[in-house]
Design a binder for this molecule. Structure first.
Ligand code: PMP
Length: 351
């Protein structure tokens, strides 16, 4: 019999509409350069694909550790950080103990809790999209939680929560997961806490820096925590091709990553200014590789207007507090230009 817990749930839906310009999933807009692709092909052609991959991804953990500046023994790799979110929801506390999530945010935190039947304490962010500390403490008095998830910067609002609010909530006994998927665009981190405290871990991913297709994410934590998560982890969760490709790109592709990230950050600022200047548009400051904005019109109408003009972004208006909001990933300059033009003409048509 299938679980009653799952009856009320819906499968995770991502945007699958086809469009010429795709600015809907916060990927890096730049494809890997030819030299890197050739190196990858060479390495893949030598790979013993009839064998299982290294179950502990030893070499890749060393390379990832060097890239992010942490020892390999403090790292668990996941099939995307999504997998690690599941593992943390399984490993921290008991299934009858609560999970605290400030919302609106990345949906996987709630989904993983729901699948396991864990109670949730979801507290609406304040008007600046920061954590409502008072409201959260009140809610946590009514319903206890032992695990907290923070998207830092927050997807989809783009801002960094105030550090001391996360710390104050942690003082209440919450095991704290700081999801730094957009770290390369924000530069702000809880890594030093993750390496020194038993109640804090950091998540990072390669998905936002050019490798969304190979599904590699990482958790950084103290060795004692890493050991426990490894008991939950599936043995061969990082495929051999993923291990090979990630190793090549994180050793030989560093310049490409840095150059691309710098360009995206510069474009984010330009796009922000352009949206600020657009009549009727309210745009929110971002430390990530996307921007959230609100228009006077229904978000599904704006979304379809853009799709008709060949540009796909994400409708965020279904999330609590994000009425009439959409999220656009920062693309290449010419993609951002096409988006701005399409938005301009869509808004004119709807007015
Ligand atoms: N965390 C956040 C905050 C995200 O926005 C995303 C992707 N949209 C993820 C995690 C998932 O990353 P991955 O591709 O590593 O599973």
């Amino acid at each position: 019999m299938l679980s009653r817990r799952l009856k009320a749930l819906k499968a995770y839906k991502t945007e699958t509409t086809q469009a010429k310009i795709k600015l809907s999933s916060n990927e890096l807009p730049y494809e890997l350069p030819g030299e890197l692709r050739s190196l990858i092909s060479q390495e893949l052609s030598k790979a013993p694909l009839h064998r299982y991959p290294d179950p502990v991804s030893q070499e890749l953990r060393e390379v990832v550790g060097d890239f992010f500046g942490v020892p390999p023994d403090n790292i668990v790799l996941g099939n995307g950080s999504d997998e690690l979110i599941y593992y943390l929801s399984i490993a921290v506390g008991e299934f009858n103990q609560g999970v605290y999530v400030p919302v609106p945010t990345f949906p996987m935190y709630e989904i993983s809790a729901d699948v396991l039947g864990r109670p949730k304490v979801c507290v609406q962010l304040d008007e600046k999209f920061d954590i409502d500390l008072e409201g959260s403490l009140e809610s946590l008095n009514l319903q206890k939680a032992v695990l907290a998830y923070y998207s830092y910067p927050n997807n989809p609002t783009g801002n960094l929560f105030m550090r001391d609010r996360i710390e104050k909530l942690r003082d209440r006994g919450l095991f704290t997961v700081v999801d730094e998927a957009y770290y390369n665009y924000s530069g702000e981190s809880f890594i030093s806490d993750a390496l020194t405290r038993d109640d804090t871990v950091v998540l990072r991913t390669l998905s936002k820096i050019g490798l969304a297709g190979i599904r590699v994410g990482l958790m950084i934590g103290r060795e004692e925590v890493v050991e426990e998560i490894n008991k939950v982890r599936l043995p061969f969760n990082i495929t051999m091709p993923s291990q090979i490709i990630a190793k090549v790109v994180l050793t030989k592709g560093r310049e490409f990553i840095k150059y691309s990230v710098d360009r995206v950050v510069a474009e984010r600022e330009r796009l922000f200014r352009e949206l600020m200047g657009m009549e009727g548009v309210e745009v929110f400051p971002s430390r990530a590789n996307f921007l959230l904005f609100r228009t006077p019109f229904r978000a599904d109408e704006v979304h379809s207007g853009l799709v008709e003009r060949g540009v796909l972004i994400r409708n965020m208006s279904y999330l609590p507090g994000l009425d009439r909001c959409l999220r656009v990933s920062v693309g290449k300059p010419q993609e951002n230009e096409a988006f701005l033009e399409a938005l301009h003409s869509t808004l004119r048509e709807l007015a």
